[in-house]
Design a protein around this ligand. Structure first.
Ligand code: ADP
Ligand code: ASP
Ligand code: MG
Length: 417
């Protein structure tokens, strides 16, 4: 018994039959005596369709109107789930972000939540009503609908759980967090537990099973977080294990035993592009001249590599950025060509970032060299490298992404026995 937020992603609510299946998971938790709030995503494919319609209407559209359009997907599923729950005798009511309200800042299409007033929802939950909340959306200071960025319903769910002092179960189309994307690596293993820190790295490096900010929030507010499957039968005996380990993966504070594995997972991201500025003058202020204007244009740069020529007079600067920002970044830099002083600019969108993550790396040497050797053995060229305390990332040709992920998974001994 307790207070619980259950979040269901797009594939879990892809049609009315699946919404009925979701309702049975909710019913199970209500019957077990829990006070339940549910956060839902849009039906699979719906948000993509809505985004596409905005693009067709005008390639450079107003972000407020984009939000007004794309937030509708979640409203449909919230209403449908409330109807289906009522139909099976569970009192339920749907909520859009503005009705709660879930307040956000004014950055339309990439808003951050600033406050959630959970009072009304709590009152109703205590009376036995299930709150079905549209994920991904809130209301900005201008009183208009905002959205939180793609994949943001996970973050809605964790924020609601923090506001209600509840635990949070993220139901998705896999039964937990794996050592690598199980759709690419068939030998990937499900983890019983993963630390917030490792999950943060995994999410930031492309493992989309959890939205990055949902993990940040869970870590800051100490929200008990679990990733589990909506496709496991709602009445399966596996749903509530007596030893409390849960059927999925628990994301929690680091435990001593977690350091025993050096690498806990391999992540990849295809959302990468690379720009090289050739023959940049090698003098103080040049990097600031390149990266300052990119930051002002809201483009976040990730890996940076600089090679200085033999005579030290010029340098090549290569960096990576989100693929969607490639055109914008080139426009910004070309306008500044004379001011920065470079000879030419080249770019590629056929690159991917592959990373190995693990808290055990802090105390074990040789992780990076094993990565480089494994990739070399497969003939995969490394174009750039970055490291942090618990991860090593490399940039490679996108065509080799799956090969690299599988090779590394094997090299670090992560394959299923
Ligand atoms: P939802 O629609 O439920 O939010 P997502 O598609 O956003 O689901 O996230 C689930 C997907 O994340 C899985 O289908 C899987 O392919 C992918 N994924 C990537 N890396 C991992 C990983 N390490 N463990 C589990 N799933 C992963
Ligand atoms: N429907 C939104 C998206 O597809 C939010 C989410 O599903 O998390 O990005
Ligand atoms: Mg998701």
């Amino acid at each position: 018994m307790g207070r619980l937020v259950m979040k269901f992603g797009g594939t879990s609510v892809a049609n009315v039959d699946r919404i009925r299946n979701v309702a049975r998971h909710v019913e199970r938790e209500v019957k077990a005596g829990n006070q339940v709030a549910v956060v839902v995503s849009a039906m699979a494919g719906t948000t993509n369709q809505l985004v596409e319609w905005c693009k067709q209407a005008a390639p450079m559209h107003d972000a407020r109107e984009y939000d007004a359009v794309v937030a509708t997907g979640e409203q449909i599923t919230a209403g449908l789930l409330a109807i289906v729950l009522q139909e099976i005798g569970i009192p339920a009511r749907s909520w859009s972000g503005w009705q709660i309200p879930i307040e956000t800042d004014g950055v339309h299409s990439a808003a951050r939540m600033t406050n959630i007033n959970g009072a009304e929802i709590l009152k109703r939950m205590e009376q036995g009503q299930v709150a079905v909340i549209a994920g991904f959306q809130g209301i900005g200071p201008d009183k208009r609908i905002t959205t939180l960025g793609r994949g943001g319903s996970d973050t809605s769910a964790v924020a609601v759980a923090a506001a209600l002092k509840a635990s949070c179960d993220i139901y998705t189309d896999v039964d937990g967090v794996y050592t690598a994307d199980p759709r690419i690596v068939t030998g990937a293993r499900k983890l019983d537990k993963i630390s917030y820190e490792e999950m943060l790295e995994q999410a930031s490096l492309g493992a989309k099973v959890l939205h990055l900010r949902s993990v940040e929030l869970a870590m800051v507010y100490n929200v008990p977080l679990q990733v589990r499957s909506s496709f496991e039968a709602p009445d399966s005996p596996n749903q509530n294990k007596p030893d409390g380990t849960g059927p999925g993966t628990i994301v929690c504070q680091e435990e001593k035993s977690m350091e025993q594995h050096v690498v806990s997972g391999i992540a990849y991201s295809r959302d990468e592009a690379k720009i090289s500025l050739r023959k940049v003058k090698d003098k103080p202020g040049v990097s600031a001249g390149v990266f300052g204007p990119l930051a002002e244009a809201d483009i976040s740069v990730d890996m940076i590599v600089q090679n200085v020529s033999a005579d030290g007079a010029v340098a090549d600067i290569t960096f990576t950025l989100p693929r969607k920002d490639l055109r914008k970044a080139i426009d910004v830099l070309e306008k500044l060509k004379d001011q920065i002083g470079f000879q030419d600019i080249t770019h590629s969108a056929d690159v991917a970032k592959v990373s190995v993550v693990g808290i055990g790396m802090r105390s074990h040497a040789g992780v990076a060299s094993k990565m480089f050797k494994s990739l070399a053995d497969k003939g995969i060229n490394i174009q750039a490298i970055t490291t942090s305390e618990i991860k090593v990332s490399v940039l490679i040709d996108e065509a080799y992404t799956e090969l690299a992920v599988r090779a590394l998974h094997t090299a670090y001994g992560l394959d299923k026995a």
